[in-house]
Ligand binder design. Structure first.
Ligand SMILES: C[S@@+](CC[C@H](N)C(=O)[O-])C[C@H]1O[C@@H](n2cnc3c(N)ncnc32)[C@H](O)[C@@H]1O
Length: 242
């Protein structure tokens, strides 16, 4: 079946919400959450946009730390689920990252937690995040890296990972991925240089760049997660608005 302009997220929302509520995505709970929370720093009383918030898991984590959080997502089922689980200092808006329904220079922090690969016009989305940040405000981004140009690991006859198969890295393109009992979505591959050019063209200044590995070394011995230490799937960047 064809994937629509929502990237497949309307049909995938129920399975995504179930998966996130189970808190069993180790890429988030072990790999990304610690570094993302660390880079957010003290968010007490800050106005934070969680741009592409999904069902609101990271919004809730920031609200628990004292932030006033606005979560935005393209899919109404996502913002509805987030709203139903919200505390007083969270509110949720359905809208597109490419044309944010907010005034200029209002947010202290914008978080983009593995969303840019889902957005067709990533240049517009990055320009929009820069527009809504206050001067000195920060944009924190976690995104998939080179893996969107990979066909996965080539494995030997014993199932051991040999190396990633990456090709057409410089070519911007999309691919459909399916997993998790009902998720079928389109993700976009762009080379890192295209993303960097979009941030710099939006007038942002890079403050931190991290390819995260868990602080807990025990995952190295786990065949399911030892690849985290070999080739990083994710990049995390902290940008500042001027
Ligand atoms: C991989 S999920 C990440 C959700 C959340 N940030 C998290 O980490 O749990 C990507 C999210 O981006 C949303 N999305 C896709 N295209 C979007 C767009 N153009 N504008 C805003 N959100 C979008 C999807 O509905 C989905 O909730």
């Amino acid at each position: 079946m064809e994937i629509g302009i929502d990237g497949g997220w309307t049909d995938s929302a129920p399975a995504w919400i179930r998966g996130m509520r189970a808190q069993d995505d180790r890429n988030r709970t072990v790999l990304l959450d610690p570094v993302m929370l660390d880079l957010c720093g003290d968010v007490t009383a800050q106005l934070v946009l969680d741009d592409g918030c999904g069902e609101g898991r990271f919004s809730r984590m920031l609200a628990d730390r004292g932030a006033r959080v606005v979560g935005l997502d393209l899919i109404a089922a996502m913002t509805q689920a987030a709203h139903e689980a919200a505390q007083a200092n969270e509110r949720y808006v359905t809208g597109a990252g490419e044309s944010l329904p907010f005034a200029d220079a209002v947010f202290d922090l914008v978080v983009s937690y593995v969303v840019l690969v889902d957005i067709p016009d990533f240049r517009a989305a990055i320009a929009e995040t820069a527009r809504v940040l206050k001067p000195g405000g920060r944009l924190l981004v976690a995104n998939l890296g080179f893996v969107t140009a990979s066909d996965g690991w080539l494995k030997d006859e014993h199932g051991q990972r040999l190396y990633h198969r990456v090709d057409r890295y410089l070519e911007e393109r999309s691919q459909v991925y399916e997993w998790g009992g009902g998720i079928r979505i389109r993700n976009w591959h762009r080379p890192l240089s295209a993303y960097m050019d979009a941030y710099l063209s939006a007038g942002l200044t890079l403050r931190r760049f991290i390819e995260p590995v868990p602080a807990d070394d025990s995952y190295r011995a786990n065949p399911e997660t030892e690849d985290w230490y070999r080739v990083p799937d994710f990049t995390v960047m902290l940008w500042e608005a001027t």
